[in-house]
Design a binder for this molecule. Structure first.
Ligand code: SF4
Length: 342
């Protein structure tokens, strides 16, 4: 398996000649930076950890706190109950809303049940919610570029249900019912592929040249940075491994971006999902991780590859990140009360 930048004719012979030569590595393992947890995921996970300490279990979380199987399974072991319907949360219990955000209808249902609510919505998702509310109030029709049914999109639509139309593809733009002089604005889901989103936005602008753009980019810094890193590094590899779950939008986008550069990519939850037939003829592998994938899973994969294939690991830094989000005020208040009473 090769791409045009990696001497396709002699890859296998390279591996053959290096086998048994301990001073030289058989495989280059490029480790993409940035990768893995973003500030929103860190904050959401910390919310659940703090709530487990302060409230104990069972603790209810509406939707997967982040879209990662390992994170969810670990919390289940610690007494967290994940629900997809607020009706499953017994009255007066504590419920945490996931990083992807919820609609006002969900918040109201939790309130009616007397639940204590902890909102772990990523502030960058909340920013899109606020934009939706503001533009709806100003009489705009909102075109939301995103995936129908994704938790984040469901939550955003719930903020202004009568004013939002979801646009999933350039073809959808042709079917929009609005006149060319309609009062329109577009917003986007935070975890889209920038390339795909731009194609849709270009189609929207062609049909509605006067459409208003969001005040700042909705696709978040973490999605953008991980995509930049893969776009830049994938062409230097024969194969890309993306660590992340199948329902993680930003992880799936990373595999697509790699494939668009011509380098095959596989999305794996962990080391056990790797099929070593994939590595036949592979001289350089790029490893990255979606924004909800824990770093220890990346390390297991990288270490296993290094051991099996006499690999040499190279850290590749494309963009630095120093974003940090505070815990929600509700958690900080609970923590302060606990400290005062103990
Ligand atoms: S991927 Fe972006 S929007 Fe989603 S939780 Fe992370 S920082 Fe927030």
């Amino acid at each position: 398996m090769t791409n045009e930048r990696n001497e396709p004719n002699d890859t296998q012979s390279f591996l053959d000649t290096r086998r048994g030569s301990p001073e030289t590595s058989l495989m280059r393992i490029l480790l993409a930076n940035p990768r893995g947890f973003c500030a929103g995921v860190n904050m959401a996970i910390q919310c659940v950890e703090e709530a487990l300490k302060l409230v104990g279990s069972p603790l209810y979380v509406y939707h997967e706190i982040v879209h990662n199987r390992h994170v969810v399974e670990q919390f289940v072991k610690e007494g967290v109950i994940f629900v997809d319907d607020i009706g499953e949360v017994p009255p007066n219990q504590t419920v945490i809303f996931s990083a992807h955000g919820v609609s006002p209808a969900v918040r109201n249902s939790a309130k009616e049940r007397g639940c204590t609510m902890i909102d772990a919505t990523c502030p960058l998702v909340t920013k899109v919610h606020m934009e939706a509310i503001r533009y709806a109030r100003q009489g705009y029709n909102i075109l939301l570029v995103g995936h129908a049914g994704h938790d984040e999109v469901v939550g955003t639509v719930g903020e202004a249900p009568g004013a939002i139309t979801i646009v999933e593809s350039p073809e959808d733009v042709d079917r929009l019912p609005f006149d060319s002089d309609a009062r329109l604005v577009y917003l986007t889901q935070t975890t889209l592929s920038m390339d795909d989103a731009n194609k849709i936005i270009d189609a929207i602008k062609r049909r509605y040249p006067d459409i208003k753009a969001p005040p700042s980019e909705d696709i978040c810094y973490a999605t953008t940075n991980r995509q930049h890193a893969v776009r830049e590094l994938a062409t230097q590899a024969d194969l890309v491994l993306v660590v992340g779950s199948k329902n993680s939008s930003n992880s799936v986008r990373l595999t697509e971006i790699s494939e668009n550069t011509g380098t095959p990519a596989y999305l794996v939850d962990d080391n056990s999902e790797i099929d070593h037939d994939w590595f036949e003829g592979v001289r350089t592998v790029l490893v990255t991780a979606g924004a909800s994938a824990p770093e220890h899973l990346v390390q297991q994969i990288v270490n296993d590859l290094a051991e099996r294939y006499d690999g040499e690991i190279e850290d590749r830094h494309v963009i630095g990140e120093d974003m940090h989000f505070e815990l929600p005020i509700s958690v900080r208040v609970m923590r302060e009360r606990e400290e005062v009473s103990s």
